[in-house]
Structure formats: C-alpha cells, structure tokens
Design a binder for this molecule. Structure first.
Ligand code: ADP
Ligand code: MG
Length: 460
C-alpha cells in the first residue's frame, strides 16, 4: 500500500462527500508528493488553493489519513504550476508523483506571491446588483467579462459618477472569475494603490518585481483610474503594464468617474488606448432603478428588523428625493430602520423628515422653477411666456403641465408657490397637472421619454 493509493481513496471519498464541483476546484488540482514525519506534502497550482484546502478541508483530510492508517498532523503545500496538469483522476494514481516544488523555481515563486490587491467586499456580487436602464450596458458587459473564456473586449472601461455601482460591478466580476476559476490570478486594486505600490518599488529600487508581479496576473482591475491623472511617472508605468497585459490577451478592466477622453491630465496615448475596448457608461439612476434598489435593500432591512413596519409612501418618497447616489440612498434606509427599531416606531413620512433632515437638505435639488420653465419651453419650441399664459391649446397646455410636474418633483416648492410662478394659477391646477402627467407617463411613452429627458437635463 502506497501513500498515493491511500490518497486516491481519500479523493474518491471526498468527491462524494464535498460534491463534484468543490472537489474539482480544490482537491483534484492537488498532487500528493510524500508523507514524511507526520506531514503530508502536496503540490498545489497556487498558494491560494493550498491555503484554502488547509483551512476548509484540512481537518477532514487528516482524519481520512488516520483511517487509512497514516498519522498525519499537518498538511504542507508547495506551489507548482504543473500540479494541476500532473494530477490524475482520483483512484488512478498509482505511481508516486514527482511534482516539482516551486520553492526551487524562482519565477514561479515570484508569480505566486500574494497579490497586493484590495480586499473584495462580499456584498458586491451580481446577485445583489439591481439592473435598470441606466446601468444596463455596463452590467451586460461586466457579465460577459465575468464569464471568462474568450476575451471579448479589452479593456473594459466602466465609467460614471460617484456611487453608481462601478466598484460593485468590478468586485462582482472578480468574485465570479475567482469562483469559476480557482487559481486564476485576478488582481483588483484602486489606482491609488497602484501608484502607492509603484512609488514604493521606486523607493526600494525594486521595479523589476513590481513589473513582473503586475504582468503575471490573468486579470487586472484598476478602480478609479482618474486618480493617476497628472501623476506622470505612474501613468507611464500604468501604460506599459496595461499594454503588456493587453498584448498577452489578458483581460483588463478599468473604472473612472468620467469618460476616458475627458480625464484632464491623462496622457493622450492612454486615453486613446482606453477607448480601444468597450467603454460602458453608468448613467445617473432614474426613479425606477432607485425604487428597485430600495426594494432589494428593504428585504435585507426587514430580515434584520422584523418588528419594524414601513409605509410604502416612504419608499416612493426616497426614490424621488434622493437621486444623488446609491450609497446615500442605502444610508437613508439603514438610518430609518435603525432609528425605528431603537424607538419602536412605524416608519412613516413624518419620521422620515425628522430623521433624514440633513440628507434631504443636502440632496435638495438646486433646480429652480425658472430653469425648469426655460428648459421645457426650449424643448417644446415655445416661449417662456406661453407657459405662464392662459392659453389652453394642447401644444401649450401639455408642456405647461410637464413643467408643473417637474417643478413639483424636482424642487421643494409648495403647490401655491408653483401655481404663482405659472401665471398666478391656483394650487389645484398644479395638483391636476401633476396627476395628469403621472397618468400620461404610464400610457404615453412619448411623454414618459420627454419627462425623463428633461429631468436628466435639469439634474445634470
Ligand atoms: P462607485 O464605485 O460607482 O462610486 P459603488 O460601486 O461603491 O459606487 O456603489 C455605492 C453603493 O451603492 C454600494 O453599496 C453598492 O452596493 C450600491 N449600489 C450601486 N449601484 C447598485 C445597484 N445597481 N444595485 C444594488 N446596489 C447598488
Ligand atoms: Mg468606487
């Protein structure tokens, strides 16, 4: 009976106990080298796999060895990129494996060093990402890249304002790639960290290993790349790393807070290279998406605070009023639930105003009624005076109603105030206009588009 026979039986056993998928990801890539003085020496394709197996299956493996009559107190993993290929199906390992130990091969060792990435947030997955019109393209592109396989677009550039889900999507890609391809070297880091590493490498005159490390990854993700604008030597290094990876057909994913072409202080050659792949923008959230996100977050809050109830009007109110970014939106909900559960109250609009005064004030739109009237008039080829006039013709009346609706939803002005601005109308006229436009938005896609477009222009 040899060590490898025993290991073969343990493998067969584990395949049925931990499941075929987990087995293939973690156990199959291992090759047992020898058992010596209570230590089972394995070759693993990456140090990550070794650590994972030790942490998650170490106990099980040791007791299985005990059942086979071996006293194994510790598992040792050395890295050998060949381990995966050397591994044969469980049960068929008869000859002892002579997997080379990477501790002897310097390049493999350098490549297997801990990647200096940023930690991934476990909450940022595709499952928790709510898709709507504003982020549809970015999401689809991220999904496609996360499938791995043929490199479809390189680089993938995701850009958009603060808090719109760029980092969330990047982490989701990284999670998925790592999950589907254990041993895959996915490096995610902020541009700031990239620079920090580079500056350190310069300081310690160790740019060679910096270069090697970055060029050895399978997927590189750099978040908030606008940070390196104006930082010349970092840009230079970034450019070379970037080119080297793209030339090797390795996936590169970049995010920025604006379109690559609009990043001041970014070298032109980088701007143009970034545009070679797919540039997907994430638009500001619209009301529907915010509603969807709130619904999703609501489930989590409900689970955490089962005794707290919430008036559905509050959700609608938040979706209307907090348009700045998703982080703020989430924060608002979290705060409401924390407050309600603390004081044992139902969440209604009163409490919302009370509890979120600062947030609501900060996200108060700076749009004025005059601006709204000007934009609406321009959009429908009318004069501002038409909107204030008493004319009732549809060509004037409809835009006027749209303008009133926008004034009500985009400003915090009261109904009488709005009425006054529109040629001294009564507040009931404004209520009627708001209702009418709300109905039309459901039935008339032209109106719905007009309103959405105007809202975007006004909020920009
Ligand atoms: P960015 O990197 O674009 O500034 P983040 O990815 O950090 O934004 O997103 C900010 C917060 O909003 C995170 O908590 C994220 O989970 C959440 N978020 C953003 N977009 C969505 C979405 N479409 N669905 C669910 N959560 C989202
Ligand atoms: Mg971010």
């Amino acid at each position: 009976m040899s060590d490898t026979d025993a290991w073969g039986r343990i493998c067969t056993d584990m395949k049925s106990t931990i499941g075929k998928e987990a087995y293939q990801s973690w156990i199959d890539p291992l090759a047992l080298h020898k058992i010596e003085q209570g230590i089972a020496h394995f070759a693993a394709p990456t140090s990550f796999i070794g650590r994972w197996v030790d942490r998650n299956y170490g106990e099980r493996i040791r007791s299985s060895f005990a059942r086979e009559g071996y006293s194994v107190t510790r598992l040792d993993f050395s890295v050998s990129p060949a381990a995966r290929k050397a591994a044969t199906p469980a049960g068929q390992r008869s000859a002892p494996l002579n997997a080379p130990s990477a501790k002897t091969t310097a390049t493999a060792h350098a490549a297997e060093e801990e990647l200096p990435g940023s930690p991934l947030d476990p909450r940022f997955t595709f499952d928790s990402f709510v898709v709507g019109k504003p982020n549809e393209l970015a999401h689809a592109a991220a999904r496609r890249v996360a499938e791995g396989g043929e490199v479809a677009f390189n680089p993938l550039v995701l850009y958009g304002g603060v808090g719109l889900g760029k980092t969330h999507l990047m982490h989701a890609i990284a999670w998925k790639l790592q999950q589907d391809n254990p041993g895959f070297r996915v490096l995610y880091l902020s541009a700031e960290q990239f620079m920090y590493r580079f500056v350190q490498a310069l300081r310690f005159r160790d740019t060679i290993s910096f270069k090697q490390m970055f060029r050895s990854v399978d997927v590189l993700m750099v978040d908030d790349v606008q940070f390196i604008a104006g930082k010349d030597s970092t840009q230079e290094e970034f450019f070379h790393t970037f080119n080297a990876l793209i030339d090797q057909n390795k996936q590169v994913i970049i995010s920025a807070d604006r379109a690559p072409g609009e990043i001041d202080g970014m070298e032109d050659r980088i701007k143009s290279r970034l545009q070679w792949g797919l540039v997907a923008d994430i638009h500001p959230t619209d009301y529907e998406l915010r509603l969807g996100i709130l619904q999703a977050k609501l489930d989590a809050q409900r689970a955490q605070h089962p005794n707290v109830t919430i008036d559905p009007k509050v959700i609608d109110f938040l979706a209307h009023r907090i348009s700045s970014n998703v982080r703020v939106l989430e924060g608002a909900l979290t705060r409401l639930y924390a407050f309600a559960s603390l004081v044992g109250r139902h969440i209604d609009l009163d409490m919302t105003h009370e509890c979120l005064t600062d947030l609501l004030r900060a996200s108060e739109r700076k749009v004025t009624i005059e601006e709204i009237m000007r934009k609406v008039a321009e959009y429908y080829h009318l004069r501002m005076n038409d909107l204030m006039s008493a004319r009732r013709a549809r060509v004037v009346a409809r835009p006027r109603q749209v303008a009133m609706y926008l004034a009500k939803t985009l400003t915090s002005k009261s109904l009488p105030e709005i009425g006054r601005k529109f040629g001294g109308r009564d507040h009931t006229t404004v209520i009627h206009a708001v209702k009418r436009v709300e109905e039309l938005k459901q039935t008339d896609s032209q109106i719905a588009d007009d309103v959405e477009l105007l809202r975007r222009m006004l909020e920009a």
